[in-house]
Write a protein that binds this ligand. Structure first.
Ligand code: NAD
Length: 482
């Protein structure tokens, strides 16, 4: 099932046209794990042509038939859970148990959209004149492009590809060059499930060249993207030339508010689960912890105690609870943010530096789990996404101040808060300018609920019935002379 050095175009696993490759690294050791092809414009155009050729047949299949194939894909995926989780951990570094969590969530998207695709319906309107009939049908938008990041090598793919193909679209996917192997395994399992050639294609390689070929193509009618806000803006601007639809899941800077009346132990467990998942490289990770005066010191102590129990290491070691970051660049960003905070008066109650690990992990991309007490808003950790295992704890006094601090960012993806006061829960949930809000809970992602942000965190929604709409357009039909 493991495919290396290839993309997947029109049902075939192919290398780059000039056989060029790029290295896929194991983030736990920095060693080369596999080769990926260095594809660009030519291969992307070939994949788009294959998707366009497959579109008429695929889009005209009755939904039930499309969904049967998707359901078989889901069964194949479920039957290869351990293989996929191993591949995911090897290329992304995340602990194996976290790969299992992502696997289940990623597979659930396939299953959900296989079912949801059969429930696409339209409307029959009350006619405006007796001899007229007016109706609305939903049709697939056409060839869809998907561009995904490395932090969730499986679920970011299935939450785009599944609604697209369930709606009747065909797809060209560009997975992150750091984690292409999970994507290729999914393609192999789709092939085994009987997915027709050209319905699901994968190009791996030069992001700018592949992205440009997708943007320039008039055939590609939709781009679904998850990644940084900078690349999202570039894609949105580029999509204007051919007026493509875009859905963008971009950066976040999630506030995590702990009110005086919170269950402090539960809130401390929640922050460790949220902020250290995937070594802090999750767009909905809690980034800025805002703690009310009355519980600040107790909370710092409770969090530090829990963080001290995290165990750094290879994701394949079952005792590991915190894996490496994806790259040395990622480690440097965390270090820069932590040093900036320490220089401006924060205190590291734990961590604050790169760890000393034995060979071969000394060459891996690790950073010690870090808690920064006495953080203030002039620090980088307040404005910028750290995307690593470091949490800053800010102090606040009133509800108004907490909400004002929470909303003081250009991002608007996820927010969390802890309180036992129902009135406060309603009020704060409504006042937070975010696409998703967790109240006394951090595990907010599921296939049934809409995932996405507001402000510069993005446009559109993934998952849920709303995620399917992103791949359908409304066609209004009027019939006269009746
Ligand atoms: P990134 O934007 O650099 O990369 C994401 C994807 O875009 C990768 O596949 C990359 O190869 C591709 N890409 C890069 N330049 C491109 C270009 N010019 N044209 C086309 N594609 C291009 O982001 P990243 O470093 O991989 O991920 C980290 C960021 O993603 C963080 O800011 C994080 O918050 C965000 N993210 C958001 C979500 C979400 O759902 N909102 C989920 C995960 C990550």
């Amino acid at each position: 099932m493991l495919k290396t050095g290839v993309g997947f175009i029109n049902g075939d696993f192919l290398g780059a046209s000039d056989d060029a490759t790029i290295d896929v690294l194991n983030p736990a050791t920095g060693e080369v794990l596999a080769k990926a092809p260095s594809m660009g414009c030519v291969e992307t155009q070939t994949a788009i042509a294959a998707a366009a050729a497959a579109f008429p047949t695929w889009s005209r299949l009755v939904a039930k038939e499309r969904c049967k194939i998707m359901r078989r894909w889901y069964d194949e995926v479920m039957a290869h859970q351990d293989d996929i989780c191993t591949i995911m951990t090897m290329e992304s570094g995340k602990p194996y148990t976290e790969s299992k969590g992502e696997f289940l969530s990623g597979a659930a998207s396939i299953e959900w959209f296989a079912e949801e695709g059969r429930r696409v319906t339209g409307d029959v309107l009350q006619p405006v004149a007796p001899h007229r009939r007016q109706l609305i049908v939903k049709q697939p938008v056409g060839v869809a492009a998907a561009i995904t990041p490395w932090n969730f090598p499986m679920s970011m793919i299935t939450r785009k590809v599944s609604p697209a193909i369930a709606a009747g679209c065909t797809v060209v996917l560009k997975p992150a060059e750091a984690t292409p192997l999970t994507a290729l395994a999914l393609a192999e399992l789709a092939r085994r499930a009987g997915m027709p050639d050209g319905v699901f294609n994968i190009v791996v390689g030069d992001p700018a060249a592949i992205g440009k070929a997708m943007l320039d193509s008039d055939t590609v009618r939709k781009i679904g993207f998850t990644g940084s806000t900078a690349v999202g803006k570039h894609l949105m601007a580029g999509a204007a030339a051919t007026v493509k639809r875009v859905s963008l899941e971009l950066g976040g800077n999630a506030p995590y508010i702990v009110f005086d009346d919170a269950d402090v132990e539960a809130a401390a467990a929640g922050i460790v689960a949220s902020a250290f998942r995937n070594a802090g490289q999750t767009c909905i990770c809690a980034n800025r912890v805002l703690v009310q005066d009355g519980v600040y010191d107790t909370f710092v102590e409770a969090v530090t105690e829990r963080v001290s129990k995290l165990k750094l290491g290879s994701g394949m070691d079952p005792t590991t609870t915190l894996g490496p970051l994806i790259s040395d660049k990622g480690v440097q960003r965390v270090q820069d943010h932590v040093e900036d905070a320490l220089a401006k008066g924060a205190t590291a109650t734990i961590g604050g530096k790169r760890p000393d690990l034995p060979q071969p992990y000394d060459k891996g991309f690790f950073f010690s789990p870090t808690v920064l007490a006495n953080a203030t808003i002039d620090m980088k950790v307040f404005r910028e996404e750290t995307f690593g295992p470091a949490i800053p704890l800010f102090r606040f006094r009133t509800d108004t101040e907490a909400v004002q601090l929470a909303n003081d960012t250009e991002y608007g993806l996820a927010a969390y808060f802890w309180t036992q006061d129902l009135a406060r829960a309603w009020r704060v949930a409504e006042e937070l300018e975010y696409g998703m809000v967790g109240v006394n809970d951090v595990a907010i992602t599921s296939e049934v609920a809409p995932f996405g942000g507001i402000k510069q965190s993005g446009l559109g929604r993934e998952q849920s019935k709303y995620g399917l709409d992103e791949y359908l357009y409304l066609k209004y039909i009027q019939m006269g002379n009746i």
